[in-house]
Design a protein. Structure first.
Length: 588
């Protein structure tokens, strides 16, 4: 009986999907949108990844060959590098998730002061360039470090290695765990925890038997996401890793040093596989293992913990982490205004002058390309979110999976795949190379950063009642008009967050574009990386500080423009009527 019922349910679902597919085929705008989306995903997501997989597992003659893979596994250096990369990812994931959980628990469960400040600190590393924390570690603990050399008198301190890399990555990636866990903790019904306390359980017992088990999916998800980010990270291991090389750095050194693209592709595959497994586990297993008790009934307001022995130790821990982050960021800003770090701390603007003279064109390129890709990626993300959240048709599953696949692809792998896929394209008998052009950089930024816009847009759309659009359709509007005039204004917050994320990640990207830049379209992050190689840390600090200011300014501009352009039009007549009424009353 159960099997028959399950089969009947699948049959009904399949018939529904067929009906909606036929209905969509009668709507030209929707049909063209879906088909164009599939073509774009095939061309710029599936094709490059398939290209790097095929290239790495074939010989120069074109046949299937595992010789390069066998050569890598028989080389002790590469095996050790793979093990180091996995170990680093696990350590960073555990520590960063622990810090993120304490931040999330403190903000959502306790009555501590300065919550807005703590939230800002917990999101600041996401909005900053990847070099900033590595640079601050060098300024504070390097050979000319402010703490090691100036305060403690330690000469020739070796700051490079695994220890510094763990600190930098933990500070960089714990906000990812914090944002995941804060949403989970806020979703837990307060009455469940209150019931345990009313039955005599202590706060500690309630936490271990109720709160912690219910937040376990968020903990696992946070660990997996941080693990992926650690594997993908290129800039921090390249600048402060020293002899502790990771797979992403090894791939870069092989391709740029020995020009062995095939070996680099195989190492890229080894980097891609664990990142992809972690991503799929998080998306399709952890998300289904939700233990959060959310019902349709109204819940009582959460009573925040006010016991001094609970809230003050948690508050102190968060403030220590906040102080470390402020110290790191403040050190970089201070270092950009000194003549020579460690020797001459005289105030000067010369570092900014040199930085602008050295890389103004690259800074301008980053802003232009980042802005273009953010707008395209934000709009495309909203469209994909709409056709996957509000429509059910054959091919939807492919769009859902492939559109967010790039989030799990390490930047180094992505760069190699685009070089292999688009370095030489045969278009109507003519060879066309996109590598090094503005177009390929915009495409990379768009599809690399689009998954966040898709996720935020999907979450928002699932909360919008379908009857709103149905009313528009009944009145004669087509799907495109309804989306543009009704749905898109409701998505303005998701649209804004997607654009901001895309712009921030585009202007601070390193690994994804390290193989794609050219003298004509060089980017500011490539210039900063070169300054690190030349040990011009103060100029690098000036560049990083300018990037932070630019990002903050653009975020403010985006926020204002999105609110103006996508504000619901129904507010305009209301404002005019209110003004007329006020004027009439004034006349009376």
């Amino acid at each position: 009986m159960a099997k028959a019922s399950e089969t009947s349910g699948k049959k009904i679902a399949r018939e529904k999907k067929w009906n909606e597919t036929r209905m969509m085929m009668r709507q030209p705008v929707m049909l063209i949108t879906v088909l164009l989306t599939i073509v774009l995903l095939l061309l710029f997501v599936i094709y490059p990844l398939a290209k790097v997989l095929l290239f790495g597992l074939t010989s120069e003659e074109g046949g299937l060959s595992l010789a390069t893979l066998q050569s890598i596994f028989s080389t002790t250096r590469y095996v050790k590098t793979f093990g180091r990369t996995m170990l680093l990812g696990l350590i960073v994931a555990v520590i960063a998730t622990f810090i993120g959980y304490i931040f999330a628990f403190t903000i959502t469960r306790t009555n501590v002061p300065c919550k807005r400040f703590l939230k800002t600190i917990a999101t600041l590393p996401i909005l900053s360039p990847p070099f900033i924390l590595s640079l601050s570690i060098i300024f504070l603990f390097g050979k000319q470090g402010l703490i090691t050399n100036t305060l403690l008198g330690i000469k020739d301190n070796d700051v490079y290695g695994m220890g510094s890399l763990i600190v930098v990555q933990v500070m960089s990636f714990f906000p990812i765990a914090y944002m995941t866990l804060s949403g989970i903790l806020e979703s837990i019904d307060a009455s469940v925890e209150d019931a345990a306390c009313n039955m005599g359980a202590s706060r500690w017992h309630t936490f271990w038997t109720v709160t912690f088990p219910l937040s376990l999916p968020g903990i696992i998800s946070g660990c997996l996401l941080v693990f992926i980010q650690s594997l993908e990270d290129f800039s921090n291991p390249a600048t402060i890793g020293g002899d502790f090389t990771t797979l992403s750095v090894e791939v870069y050194q092989i391709i740029t040093g020995t020009y062995d693209m095939r070996k680099g592709s195989v190492l890229a595959i080894l980097l891609l596989l664990p990142a992809m497994i972690a991503f799929l586990l998080n998306k399709y297993w952890v998300n289904k293992k939700s233990f959060v008790t959310v019902t349709g009934k109204p819940t009582q307001a959460r009573k925040l913990m006010n016991e001094p022995h609970i809230k003050w130790p948690l508050f102190a821990f968060c403030m220590v982490v906040a102080a470390v982050i402020i110290l790191f960021y403040g050190t970089v800003v201070f270092g950009s205004f000194v003549t020579t770090w460690g020797r001459d701390y005289t105030f000067t603007l010369a570092q900014y002058q040199r930085a602008l003279a050295y890389g103004w064109d690259s800074l301008k390129n980053s802003m232009v390309l980042g802005l273009a890709s953010a707008l395209i990626g934000g709009l495309l993300g909203m469209i994909i979110a709409y056709i996957t959240a509000k429509r059910n048709y054959f091919g939807k599953r492919f769009i859902e999976v492939s559109s967010v696949l790039m989030f799990a692809v390490p930047g180094t792998v992505l760069g190699i795949s685009y070089v292999l896929g688009f370095n030489s394209i045969d278009v109507f008998g003519h060879k066309l190379s996109l590598t090094g052009t503005a177009l390929i950089l915009i495409i990379v930024f768009t599809f690399r950063n689009m998954p966040v816009a898709i996720e935020s847009g999907t979450t928002t759309l699932l909360q919008i009642d379908n009857s709103i659009e149905e009313a528009s359709t009944i009145l004669g509007a087509d799907s495109g008009y309804s989306f543009r005039r009704i749905t898109l204004p409701m998505l303005r917050n998701a649209f804004f967050s997607g654009i901001v994320y895309s712009f921030v990640k585009a202007i601070t990207a390193v690994s994804a574009v390290i193989f794609l830049v050219s003298p004509r379209w060089n980017l500011v992050t490539s210039k900063i990386y070169t300054l690190f190689d030349q040990a011009k840390y103060s100029q690098a600090a000036a560049f990083v500080t300018m990037l932070v200011v630019i990002l903050l300014v653009f975020i403010g501009i985006f926020n204002t423009l999105i609110n103006l352009l996508l504000a619901p039009r129904s507010k305009v007549p209301q404002a005019k009527n209110a003004a007329k009424l006020e004027k009439t009353e004034g006349t009376k």
